[in-house]
Design a protein around this ligand. Structure first.
Ligand code: SF4
Ligand code: SF4
Ligand code: SF4
Ligand code: FES
Length: 947
């Protein structure tokens, strides 16, 4: 295995309608018009020496190392800033060029530490390479003149250093932070010799920097360098794989030394991220080898017993015999399982196969239940398929972007950077969110409209926007006539035109001024290509599905589906939540979203698997827990989920878990749910297995094993062993064989194979005979369901009401540095940015309660209470408070309600009536949590040690 080195063409290869042909060093080359001479040379294998240029950035032209000569032109133009033109004859090497390049390099080296041999970037430094390339042998100016060799080192960032003495002021970092990341944290201060890089006059940690790593990636010297490289040395080989955090699905090169990851480098050929990254995927991989990893299978008779380490065979045999015993005693439907959106498609497929084949029921569910299940239902009903309509690149063509119930800069940062690039280029922005999220106003971006609606009123707001479209004659009539069901449209148009849906009538519900809604609706309908991007602020409501339908209605009415720059785009949370849904993780659906009552689909599985499959939908997670409390549901196999922390109404969840007789938890850590488990199977991280993840664009990306599973088995291997022990044989030599089975049984995956994925890099489903290379955009000429279907979306307020006792609305979300329940990110240096969950509260609400910034406050709802610190924030609107749920000890879900979406049971995390008051102690639940953290997680000494 070798280190994968991607070609750097120095400047971007342009996309253009026409080409030019020129001659470089006697060789003819044809490139798209607008491409630089440097990039043209690179395409024919000639690397012109360069320092300030790299192909992820626009050319800057400051270092003058890339000079060339052009016949018929005077002087030595920089090849990075000079466009290739028809008929040019260019020379990249001759004596005059070489002499000038050496002169440039001498100046750089005279002000550079001469510690190459001991430098962490030795062998991986462009300055070193270029010095060699231009033949530098001496520095005539000596090293004693004025210099920057004593410039201070900034080590404040936990992941990278800034060693100013090595800086050549090429500005690649500044431009990366601006153009790629869009944060504008860095500046090049001063001029000429006094030029220096500054992180806003402070250190990196204290600056606006979000630690995305783009500057580190761009730096041609060791000035910005990963601390892991400094500690471990330069990597020796690399493997391309996919980030296991969020639904953006960024591709990375895992750069390795043996089985140790030295660094994760964003992969330029990655279709989802094009070489960019965020702090999680780029740096927060240390959890994979954290000391908290549990690598031995364990069992215990009761949750109050200490865990006993056993062999894999013992653990699997024990789990299988318990499931059999329980089914024999309580019936076939008394057991079930939960698949993981953190695991691969192949692993998820196997878990639902085990449940359907070995357990003989459809009691399978997934964490999508608690996040994007309304997306599946709503988009399927209106458009005909349960997934987003576009690829990420589509946003480059958007003229208007509506972001609703999403906070992309924190939740989906790499896509947010792409979106911000489009916004800086002139696209208009509408943000519908109770909070003033970063996108509302950030460097060089300002939303045209911020609609700060009250949590729980999405449907009223979208209906009001649609009302404007219909009543002001802004409907895309030709599109609707041609593409949509006209009778349904007319019925919807009559409904939406009713006065109670007008912005004026809705204002009392949403709190958003009618004039602002009217202006936003007009912009959306008339501003060109209009795209909707949304997140859990849409789905995690009692009307989550209705909101998804309302967005589809708005997009269809304005002709914004089936073309570039438009669409209805869910920003999926977990890395493989799309895949988990695709793989048949819901109790009513087989793979590819075919209902279990569909005889033909069921028969396909039955004949391949050799078992009957129930035509009745199984239990959803909340039903499993309800039935457990009532006594009819007794055993659960949970792979890679932590429902005790992530699901709403924690006390009900733990009551359900406590009531079961056998819970098998398969995870990399002893998570909160494992406190109630009887069998623990060590999970494997994404670095320890092969497989695929499917991102928010329906893009199937390869996950590749870079180290051996710490527990000995990859997750899919453990599922195979359990299934075999249950008497439902499974046999696979490699996950590619599981994908072959998925392709055989799933029409939308029929054309997918590992060979094709390896050849193409990734594939977006549907991928089949009709679309052998996948489908970047859905519903292009017709909707998947035939005619687009407008749905009536009556606004029904949530039953959760504020009142005298609980006058505030709590809404929840996440932040950039932590991820979901925090199991991974809390075990990395990312905690430096977010050590605890805080309660954001508007100054007015804080003052009226005597709450100061940093005070410990009790947050009480009808379900329970917790204590956490307050942060006074102008981002909040009066009456609304906000917190995150990244720390188990906070117990944010102790206070959330058990209201849920009418169609899918997706919990209403985003609306809880609460009261806030000062306190000086943790809540009762939190005190119990700390006790149980000790009492329910004890591990007995190994038997041989005890003897
Ligand atoms: S890490 Fe990212 S945000 Fe921070 S300075 Fe570098 S480019 Fe900017
Ligand atoms: S820190 Fe690196 S990228 Fe930034 S100006 Fe210095 S050498 Fe160039
Ligand atoms: S944006 Fe998401 S997929 Fe990409 S690096 Fe960050 S966490 Fe990973
Ligand atoms: S690479 Fe062209 S001027 Fe620096």
């Amino acid at each position: 295995m070798t280190l994968i080195c991607e070609l750097d063409t120095g400047t971007p290869i342009r996309v253009a309608d026409s080409t030019v042909t020129l001659t470089i060093d006697g060789q003819s080359v044809t490139v798209p018009r607008g491409t630089s001479i440097m990039a043209a040379a690179a395409t024919m294998g000639t690397q012109v020496p360069k320092l300030c240029a790299t192909d992820s950035l626009e050319p800057f032209g400051s270092c003058r190392l890339c000079i060339v000569q052009i016949e018929g032109r005077r002087g030595y133009p920089a090849s990075c800033t000079t466009p290739a033109e028809e008929g040019l004859v260019v020379h990249t090497e001759n004596a005059g060029i070489a002499k000038r390049r050496r002169g440039v390099m001498e100046l750089y080296i005279s002000d550079h530490p001469l510690d190459c041999l001991t430098c962490s970037a030795n062998g991986d430094c462009e300055l070193q390479d270029m010095a060699g390339k231009v033949g530098l042998r001496e520095v005539r100016y000596g090293y004693d003149g004025a210099n920057h060799l004593a410039a201070p080192k900034d080590e404040s960032n936990p992941y990278f250093t800034f060693e100013a003495s090595k800086c050549i002021a090429c500005s690649r970092c500044v431009r990366a932070c601006e153009d790629i990341q869009g944060t504008f944290a860095l500046t090049l201060e001063g001029r000429g010799f006094a030029s220096k890089i500054s992180a806003g006059g402070t250190d990196f940690m204290g600056s606006e920097c979000v630690s995305c790593g783009a500057c580190v990636q761009a730096c041609p010297t060791a000035t910005l360098n990963e601390k892991s490289v400094i500690a471990l040395g330069t990597p020796e080989h690399s493997v391309v794989t996919t980030c296991a955090y969020c639904g953006v699905g960024c591709s990375f090169k895992a750069e390795m030394k043996g089985e140790t990851v030295v660094r994760m480098v964003p992969y330029k050929d990655g279709k989802a991220n094009a070489g960019h990254s965020c702090v999680k995927g780029r740096f927060a991989f240390g959890y994979a080898t954290h000391k908290d990893r549990k690598t031995k299978p364990m069992i215990r008779a009761a949750i109050t017993d200490p865990w006993q380490e056993v062999s894999w065979d013992q653990a699997i045999a024990h789990a299988a015999s318990e499931f059999k015993r329980i089914q024999a005693r309580y019936g076939r439907d008394s057991v079930g399982g939960i698949t993981s959106s953190r695991c691969t498609n192949e692993e998820t497929f196997l878990v639902q196969k085990l449940i359907r084949g070995a357990f003989g029921n459809n009691n399978v569910d997934t964490c999508a239940r608690v996040c994007h299940s309304p997306t599946g239902y709503g988009l399927s009903a209106t458009l005909g398929t349960s997934a987003g309509t576009q690829d990420f690149a589509s946003v480059d063509h958007s003229d208007v972007i509506l972001v609703i119930g999403a906070n992309p800069t924190d939740g989906h940062p790499v896509f947010a950077s792409r979106m911000k690039r489009r916004l800086r280029a002139g696209a208009k922005l509408i943000v519908a969110d109770p909070r003033r999220i970063d996108l509302v106003r950030s460097p060089h971006i300002e939303a045209q409209h911020h609609l700060p609606l009250l949590p729980g009123t999405n449907v009223a707001l979208l209906n009001a926007m649609a009302h404007v479209v219909v009543t002001e004659g802004l409907v895309a009539e030709d599109y609707v006539r041609e593409r949509c069901d006209l009778a349904e449209f007319e019925s919807w148009a009559r409904f939406i035109a009713q006065e109670h849906n007008s912005p004026e009538a809705s204002e009392a519900l949403t709190g958003v001024p009618a004039a602002e809604v009217r202006a936003a609706a007009r912009l959306f309908a008339t501003g060109g290509n209009a795209a909707i991007y949304y997140g859990l602020g849409v789905t995690e409501h009692s009307q989550g599905t209705t909101t998804v339908m309302a967005m589809a209605n708005l997009a269809m009415a304005t002709g914004n589906i089936g073309k570039l720059g438009a669409g209805v785009n869910p920003l999926r949370g977990q890395n493989n939540v799309q895949g988990a849904c695709d793989m048949g993780s819901f109790p009513h659906e087989l793979t590819g979203y075919r209902h279990v009552s569909d005889d033909a689909a069921r028969e396909m599985f039955e004949s391949f698997w050799g078992v009957p499959i129930s035509a009745d939908p199984g239990l959803r997670i909340p039903n499993m827990l309800d039935d457990a409390v009532e006594g009819s549901f007794k055993a659960l196999y949970i792979q890679g989920e932590d429902i005790a922390q992530s699901d709403p109404d924690t006390q009900h969840v733990t009551a359900g878990l406590r009531a079961m007789e056998c819970i098998v938890v398969q995870d990399i850590f002893l998570n909160e749910t494992a406190k109630y488990a009887h069998v623990f199977l060590p999970g494997s991280s994404f670095l320890e297995k092969d497989g695929t993840f499917t991102n928010a664009e329906r893009r199937i990306n390869r996950v590749r094993k870079v180290m051996s599973p710490l527990g000995g088995l990859a997750d899919w291997e453990a599922t195979v062993a359990l299934s075999n022990a249950l008497g439902f044989p499974m046999s696979y030599g490699h996950p590619s064989e599981i994908m072959d089975e998925i392709a055989r049984l799933t029409p939308s995956f029929a054309g997918v194979s590992y060979a094709k994925l390896d050849a193409e890099g990734s594939l977006q489903w549907p991928c089949n005979e009709a679309a052998p290379l996948g489908t970047p955009m859905m519903h292009v000429d017709r909707f998947v369901r035939g005619k687009g279907r407008f749905m009536l979306t009556e606004f029904v307020p949530t039953e959760e009401r504020t009142g005298a006792l609980f006058p505030l609305i709590l809404t929840t979300g996440r932040i950039l540095s932590q991820y979901n329940v925090g199991a991974q990110t809390r075990r990395t240096e990312n905690s430096r940015w977010h050590e605890e969950d805080m309660l954001d509260i508007h100054p007015f609400d804080a003052e009226s309660r005597g709450v100061q910034d940093g005070d410990l406050v009790a947050l009480e709802s009808r379900s329970g209470d917790i204590a956490l610190r307050a942060r006074i924030s102008e981002r909040m609107q009066p009456g609304v408070v906000y917190t995150t749920f990244h720390h188990a000890k906070t117990g944010a879900n102790v206070i959330t309600t058990d209201f849920s979406d009418w169609a899918t049971n997706c919990p209403e995390y985003k609306v809880t009536a609460v009261q806030v008051r000062r306190t000086n102690r943790p809540s009762e639940w939190q005190a119990r949590f700390f006790d149980e953290d000790v009492s329910l997680t004890r591990i007995a000494a190994p038997l041989d040690a005890a003897e």
